[in-house]
Write a protein of this length. Structure first.
Length: 444
């Protein structure tokens, strides 16, 4: 570890995250779907055939690191460019430098962090230099590039989606920080059991956040008999979070989400809100909770209250757009609504039953009358023959077979008597009766 310098002398030490920044592909943790053995981005880098690209992903997942590694692996000049502090003038100056490099046969990688912050004119300033190969542009964004990057520029860039790091990925980085001479490897340290898990959970997949938290915990650790002790209490003070959620095995994480789900299923809003608060205050990602609530809306409520799914999706979008802590109230609204909504598991039962038949009978042919018939040959073979367009009928119904022969008579959706579902049940009975009368077949 670099010596800690005083306020009155010497250069300030680099942050831990900067000291541990990987310099090779093999040192990068996570993103194996892109840079694992044989994966597309790794092949491009190793073949030195990298072209302009956009890295899209949440904060702290290695966008800047990956761009820097690419520059080193391809022997290109690397220019780090911030969209926050740079304007047209700065862009033109950087482009001129890159053009000079090109004349001498040198490649230049221009890395633009937060490229979504550039306006149209600023983004357009890159276009001619990307087109003639003066630069290899690598942009990084936390926002969907389809909406935030100009179409002309986006069409000239390959988009790679980077994923949030898993808790296991973060633990690898934290352990590396404690053992590496670039981190705290030369410093006598003792971490209390479960401390690294707390930091990994708090970081929510953000490596920079995790390493910064560890660094703060070390600098504020208790110095006893020549050893710095990192305790759970120190981490709680550094993060302003109590250790309410995760244990070393991760079991408590699943216990709490199970408690939330089962409290909503049991129509207990008070318990559901309590477990929600336990998870959020412990540092759980609100998006994860919102996904589980959205699943609940169909798995446990379904057509007993179709609005449940609408509200769950709205809460999910609120979490995505404004984040924690503001989105806590939206999640609370969704959780209370799910708790009070009438319950039906008919959707899950229907799918599971259909899945069982689908897996067992994968080769069942699609009935000819509902096959697609885009060519004359297909029509000659009977594709689409006997198909009845329901909208052309008076009742908007057709007594036409849609299930394979071997599955005729199967019933997957069985409505319950909860909430609004009896309305759907009555509609289903009327449809089946209509089809029975016109097909001449009696139900068993």
């Amino acid at each position: 570890m670099k010596e800690q310098l005083t306020l009155f002398g010497g250069e300030a030490p680099e942050p831990l995250a900067a000291r541990l920044r990987p310099t090779t592909l093999d040192e990068i943790v996570g993103q194996q779907h892109l840079i694992g053995p044989g994966r597309i981005l790794r092949r491009l880098i190793e073949a030195d055939s990298v072209s302009s690209m956009i890295f899209w992903g949440p904060p702290g997942v290695g966008k800047t690191t990956l761009a820097s590694v690419i520059a080193g692996a391809t022997s290109a000049s690397f220019i780090d460019f911030s969209a926050v502090t740079s304007g047209i003038k700065e862009i033109k100056a950087v482009m001129q430098k890159a053009e000079d490099n090109r004349r001498y046969g040198d490649k230049t990688i221009v890395f633009v962090d937060e490229i979504h912050r550039f306006n149209k004119a600023q983004q357009d300033a890159f276009l001619p230099f990307v087109e003639k190969g003066s630069i290899i542009l690598i942009g990084a964004t936390t926002e969907n590039p389809s909406f935030e990057v100009n179409g002309a520029l986006l069409s000239r860039c390959k988009v790679f989606v980077l994923k949030a790091l898993t808790q296991e990925d973060i633990l690898v980085l934290l352990k590396r920080a404690l053992s590496s001479p670039k981190g705290f490897g030369d410093m006598p340290l003792k971490a209390e059991e479960g401390v690294l898990d707390m930091i990994a959970a708090f970081s929510n997949g953000d490596a920079r956040c995790a390493l910064s938290t560890l660094e703060m915990a070390v600098l504020n650790g208790e110095f006893i008999d020549g050893v710095t002790h990192i305790t759970r209490d120190t981490v709680e003070q550094c993060t302003s979070k109590k250790s309410l959620l995760y244990d070393k095995s991760g079991e408590e994480h699943y216990n709490l989400i199970s408690a939330l789900h089962k409290s909503m299923r049991n129509s207990d809003p008070d318990a559901a809100v309590y477990w929600l608060a336990r998870m959020l205050e412990a540092g759980e990602d609100p998006i994860y909770i919102a996904r589980r609530v959205t699943r609940f809306a169909s798995e446990d409520v379904g057509l007993a209250d179709p609005r449940a799914l609408e509200l769950a999706v709205a809460a999910f979008e609120a979490c995505r757009l404004i984040g924690f802590p503001e989105c806590s109230v939206h999640l609370t609204q969704a959780v209370v609504y799910m708790s009070l909504a009438p319950k039906s598991n008919a959707m899950e039962v229907a799918y599971n039953s259909a899945r069982e038949d689908a897996v067992k009978q994968l080769a069942e042919p699609v009935p000819l009358q509902i096959r697609n018939a885009p060519t004359g040959l297909m029509k000659d073979l009977g594709y689409g023959k006997g198909y009845i367009y329901a909208h052309d009928t008076a009742d908007k119904l057709a007594a036409m077979q849609c299930l394979p022969d071997n599955l005729l008579g199967r019933e997957y959706y069985r409505p319950t008597d909860q909430g609004l579902e009896p309305r759907f049940a009555e509609r289903l009975r009327a449809i089946k009766k209509w089809k029975e009368e016109r097909s001449g077949k009696k139900e068993e």
